[in-house]
Design a binder for this molecule. Structure first.
Ligand SMILES: [Zn+2]
Ligand SMILES: [Zn+2]
Length: 189
């Protein structure tokens, strides 16, 4: 499987990338850890209705975790298995710190990497801001200096905005994010 593949569509086996938009079933039994059904499209979700009996069900848009978050989730599951005696400890060092699942932040999507491209974790931390231009803008507008960390925080903002645009494009079933998918900038005074 390619490096950026998270899981395969439970219906058609198409590869679902880390951070990508996919569909899950609204019925909780279809989302248990050990029987996690994920679908690349509403059509594929629809096809599982022929194998299960749901009184009422709908497809729910979901976002795959990033590679880093997925690894953390797997670790948490393994820790839970160990705690409940269902599995033996993995030979690798298992963290003794309590595993905290991040529920607040939605998983950040990661741009698909080309072969030999950036590692996914690196891509997540990548700077999306031209620091020199950022500093010049702030200087020109206010005469103020800018701390380097500002660009990192702004990169997170850009990623969040991109996430929203990706979601809009995915809802439209497009493979290209268009300018109109990007939320509008609030009017400046
Ligand atoms: Zn599919
Ligand atoms: Zn279902």
């Amino acid at each position: 499987m390619a490096d950026n593949t998270w899981l395969k569509c439970s219906a058609c086996r198409r590869e679902l990338p880390f951070g990508g938009v996919h569909w899950v079933c609204s019925v909780s039994t279809c989302n248990r850890n050990r029987m996690r059904l994920v679908f690349c499209s509403v059509a594929c979700w629809d096809s599982h209705l022929s194998t299960v009996r749901h009184r009422e069900a709908w497809a729910v848009e979901a976002r795959a975790p990033s590679a880093v978050e997925w690894a953390r989730e797997q670790e948490a599951e393994r820790a839970a298995d160990i705690a409940s005696g269902r599995a033996v400890a993995a030979p690798t060092a298992v963290s003794t710190a309590p595993v905290v699942r991040r529920m607040v932040d939605p998983p950040k999507p990661v741009a698909p990497t080309s072969a030999g491209g950036l590692a996914l974790a690196d891509a997540e931390r990548d700077m999306l801001i031209v620091v020199s231009k950022l500093k010049k803008y702030i200087k020109d507008r206010s005469g103020m200096n800018t701390s380097d960390a500002v660009a990192e925080v702004l990169s997170d903002h850009v990623r969040a905005i991109c996430d929203e645009a990706i979601r809009t494009a995915a809802t439209d079933e497009r493979k290209t994010v268009l300018d109109r998918d990007v939320p509008k900038v609030p009017r400046r005074s």
